[in-house]
Design a protein around this ligand. Structure first.
Ligand SMILES: *[C@@H]1O[C@H](CO)[C@@H](O)[C@H](O)[C@H]1NC(C)=O
Ligand SMILES: *[C@@H]1O[C@H](CO)[C@@H](O)[C@H](O)[C@H]1NC(C)=O
Ligand SMILES: *[C@@H]1O[C@H](CO)[C@@H](O)[C@H](O)[C@H]1NC(C)=O
Length: 452
């Protein structure tokens, strides 16, 4: 343990717990082997029209049951077809695509910040529709009870004390364009295993094919979407204000850049992040969200209007009221490598150069706000917040390279924190090839459809 000062961990676990509504926090940490096995998906009618306006908070009358087997790393099958696909989504839910239907739900959990119980064998009501985006219904999924089942519990309340709030203050003082908040109250043991340098346990990368490896070796030694033969394809950095819903900013920034790339900069829309914060049931506003479900699933199911049709209101939980404007959809979205757990540094560079910027998780530690220049890597210096992750961030990766003097490999990251945060005008570099702060753990890509 040494330098890492674990004794403070239990107290810090609930960093700033009072700042936001704990009910919007999703504590799930379900893993691949929790999900592998046989599931029963019970379909319900839901309320309202059978399109994307369906309301699954009241399930309505039950319809058929579908039995689905999730096997191996990503295979979904039923008694008819074995050509299906599944992926876990950042340990919080899963998506299944089988027989031209797409199923998505979050794992069920209950409790409060003092004691969460996560049921990796059940889900909250989720959404199902065909791959054309039609024929919507609601469903709940239950793993058949003879499978091995893991219930994950996390208790933190006893260790927190009334001074908890104090711990956020130094962080907020260190910078002023974002606010530290509810620290991920995930599995304490996992946290304890974290070393100073390596990051949280990521899904084990799947070994890459020789073909892909060879392809990656032929990529340019450096790349920067701000300057490809003198042309910039990256949309301007935006300020978050008080909303740290970085997943939405990074997601929109990816779609914006990719639209520019696909149209040779003849279309340069700025997309509405407020629409995500106000409208998406696949995320929790400023509090929490996942790019796979934002740049990917939400954009595919609902489309995104431009900024001027639903201007940014500091991410406030205002009613979902975009103007009736044209929307940008995505035709496809995926975890780099095909599913959660398949990401590698080489595949990230391939996706980046061939298709455009990608979104990646990035864990923010207390030393990041103090980072000013050079290539960032998390340094555990024994300080109060040593090894304590402040928030889960998602960032846009726009390029990569190698430092000429030191030989250190890096990613170029658009942090979306606005221009006031660092002296880097919204861009900084992160060590590449070592899964620094989880950045190579689960990158996400999506393909937007430009206007005609
Ligand atoms: C869905 O239905 C519930 C219960 O009837 C209601 O409280 C909620 O506002 C509805 N949600 C939407 C988005 O209409
Ligand atoms: C999930 O596991 C818990 C604990 O074993 C059990 O109480 C619950 O009934 C299980 N759910 C299903 C759908 O089997
Ligand atoms: C892309 O745009 C640039 C600058 O306007 C132009 O010079 C170039 O010919 C365009 N490329 C294509 C393939 O249209």
């Amino acid at each position: 343990m040494g330098l890492c000062g674990y004794s403070l961990l239990p107290v810090l676990l609930f960093l700033l717990s009072g700042v936001h509504d704990a009910s919007s926090y999703n504590p799930s940490n379900c893993l691949l082997n929790d999900v592998q096995g046989t599931w029963v998906f019970q379909v319900f009618e839901g309320q309202g029209p059978k399109d994307n306006r369906i309301n699954c908070s009241k399930l309505g009358s039950p319809k058929n049951k579908v039995v689905i087997h999730l096997r191996g790393l990503n295979v979904a099958e039923d008694h008819i077809s074995s050509s299906g696909f599944f992926t876990i989504i950042h340990k919080k839910g899963f998506e299944v695509v089988l027989n031209d239907y797409k199923w998505f739900a979050f794992f069920k959990y209950e409790g409060n910040y003092r004691h969460w119980t996560v049921y990796c064998n059940e889900t909250f009501p989720g959404w199902v529709h065909d791959v054309q985006g039609k024929n919507w219904a609601c469903f709940t999924a239950k793993k058949s009870s003879d499978e091995n089942i893991r219930i994950s519990e996390a208790r933190h309340g006893q260790e927190t004390n009334s001074n908890t709030h104090e711990f956020g203050k130094p962080i907020n003082r260190a910078q002023n364009s974002w606010t530290a908040t509810g620290y991920e109250k995930s599995n304490v043991n996992q946290m304890m295993k974290r070393s100073c340098h390596s990051s949280f346990p990521r899904p084990k990368p799947v070994s890459m094919s020789q073909i892909m490896l060879h392809k990656a070796q032929t990529l340019p030694r450096s790349w920067d979407w701000r300057n490809v033969n003198g042309v910039n394809y990256v949309s301007p950095v935006r300020s978050h204000g008080n909303c740290y819903g970085s997943y939405a900013f990074a997601s929109m920034a990816m779609l914006e850049a990719r639209i520019r790339i696909l149209t040779n900069n003849s279309q340069t829309p700025v997309l509405s992040t407020q629409q995500i914060f106000s409208c998406s049931e696949y995320s929790q506003g400023c509090e929490e969200g996942i790019s796979y479900l934002t740049a990917g699933k939400y954009a595919q199911d609902f489309g995104i209007v431009e900024e001027n049709c639903f201007p940014y209101l500091d991410g406030r939980a205002t009613p979902c009221s975009p103007k009736n404007c044209p929307r940008y959809y995505v035709s496809e979205y995926h975890y780099v490598g095909g599913f959660y757990g398949a990401c590698t540094e080489e595949l990230m560079r391939l996706e980046l150069v061939e298709h455009g910027p990608i979104v990646s998780l990035f864990e923010v530690y207390d030393d990041l706000p103090r980072h000013r220049k050079g290539i960032y890597h998390h340094k555990c210096n024994g300080g109060m917040f040593c090894n304590v992750k402040l928030i889960n961030f998602e960032v846009l990766i726009i390029g990569y390279g190698t430092d000429e003097e030191t030989g250190e490999d890096y990613w170029i990251v658009k942090d979306g924190l606005g221009t006031t945060w660092t002296e880097t005008s919204g861009f900084f570099r992160v060590r590449r090839g070592t899964n620094e702060c989880g950045i190579e753990g689960a990158a996400v890509a999506a393909t937007p459809v430009p206007r005609l």
